[in-house]
Design a binder for this molecule. Structure first.
Ligand SMILES: [Zn+2]
Length: 126
């Protein structure tokens, strides 16, 4: 059985292990690429090791628990910041993917610098 070959393009940005996989559309319409996916090591990983964990697993809550009320509050804030940081990083990588799909040169030095500046700004907030 012959399978239809889809044309794909892999872009390794060379920073933060950002890898974009683009799938060329069969019929070109508005976009150069119809879809794709993006991975990176930008997100903070919960100590349970599951990259999809939202810092609300038993292990994270157990590690954060403290009999001292003020310390408990601080630990909860760290967990909340990690969750918010990861959500904003998801938004950033979704935007990078959307730009790549639309044909913006995401490998240009100016664009890569923009990613670094955005990542630092996000880190500073959370
Ligand atoms: Zn976890």
């Amino acid at each position: 059985m012959e399978t239809e070959k889809m044309e794909t393009k892999k872009i390794n940005l060379g920073i933060h292990k950002i890898i974009i996989d683009l799938i060329l559309p069969l019929y070109k319409e508005n976009s150069m690429y119809s879809s794709g996916s993006i991975t990176s090591n930008l997100k903070r990983v919960c100590e349970c090791g599951d990259p999809s964990c939202e810092f609300n697993c038993e292990q994270a809550l157990e590690a954060a628990s403290d009999r001292n009320f003020e310390q408990q509050q601080l630990n909860n804030e760290v967990l909340a910041k990690n969750r918010r940081y990861n959500h904003v990083i998801d938004t950033l990588t979704d935007l990078i993917l959307a730009h790549a799909i639309e044909g913006i040169d995401v490998e240009s030095l100016a664009y890569l610098k923009g990613i670094e500046v955005a990542e630092q700004a996000i880190s500073g907030k959370f």
